[in-house]
Design a protein around this ligand. Structure first.
Ligand code: FPP
Length: 244
């Protein structure tokens, strides 16, 4: 299908797009640059994609910015990513305000460095009334961590007789995940040619459509997002039912 010839159908925009931003390191290596240069360019792509998502009418954009496994990267890269995060939040805050972006974070917040917690808290507090688009950063996040937390929380409530086993339903589980205020994504995009879910939103992606592209994250922009949405719109979503 030649996606360039087709336009987006404005009446079928995914409300929530989740994104695995992969390939910053490879993008940098191809240019003989350090991995952190790739991550810095990755922030430029975040800015462009956020704007594009808003212009298409997407309500939630969730970005896998740092997984619990990413702590195992070289210390220099971890430190660089954390500084980049703090600097980006500080520098982008006026633009986020201007664009009406509400910043949210999912993940093990308390496990982030103090400086990150402070700048993220400021960012979330100052944007909490914005309604144009929700930017959800998955930081120190993994779905297995999230589901473990959820099971512990529910088990504690049962142990304290605050609920009974029969109260445990899929809806109740959703309400004990870090995404409790966020609808499930309809579309997952992963860049840079990998076809894995990498411990991201395992529960929430149950019925999502997946879109994979060879493009490295720093090269992903408005046109790539458009192509992903058009591909999504060409899919028939049956939720386990039949077409008729
Ligand atoms: C994956 O590429 C990218 C990451 C693990 C980090 C993504 C982070 C950013 C783009 C910065 C986020 C900042 C804000 C403000 C959201 P990779 O390093 O795994 O690439 P590779 O697979 O080519 O090595």
């Amino acid at each position: 299908m030649n996606l360039e010839k087709i336009d987006i159908n404005p009446s079928n925009i995914p409300r929530h797009i989740a994104l695995i931003m992969d390939g910053n390191g490879r993008w940098a290596k191809q240019r003989g640059e350090h991995r952190l240069f790739g991550h810095t360019k990755g922030v430029d792509a975040v800015r462009e994609v956020l704007k594009a998502a808003k212009s298409f009418g997407v309500e939630y954009l969730t970005l896998y910015a740092f997984s619990t496994e990413n702590w195992n990267r070289p210390q220099q890269e971890v430190d660089g990513l954390m500084s980049l995060l703090v600097d980006s939040i500080t520098n982008e805050l006026p633009e986020l305000q201007k664009q009406g972006v509400k910043l949210q974070v999912i993940g093990d917040f308390k496990g982030l460095p103090e400086t990150c917690q402070v700048s993220l808290s400021e960012g979330m507090e100052s944007t909490k009334h914005n309604t144009e688009i929700n930017l959800v950063l998955a930081l120190n996040y993994s779905a297995k961590w999230e589901i473990t937390q959820c099971v512990r929380e529910i088990s504690l409530k049962v142990a304290k007789n605050e609920m009974i086993i029969d109260d445990i339903t899929p809806e109740l589980i959703s309400l004990h995940l870090t995404t409790k205020d966020i609808p499930d994504p309809e579309l997952l995009i992963r860049t840079s040619g990998e076809h894995r879910i990498s411990n991201f939103l395992l529960w929430q992606l149950a019925y999502a459509e997946f879109y994979f592209t060879e493009t490295h994250w720093p090269d992903f922009g408005k046109e790539e997002l458009r192509a992903a949405i058009i591909s999504y719109q060409s899919r028939e979503r049956r939720f386990g039912m039949v077409s008729e």
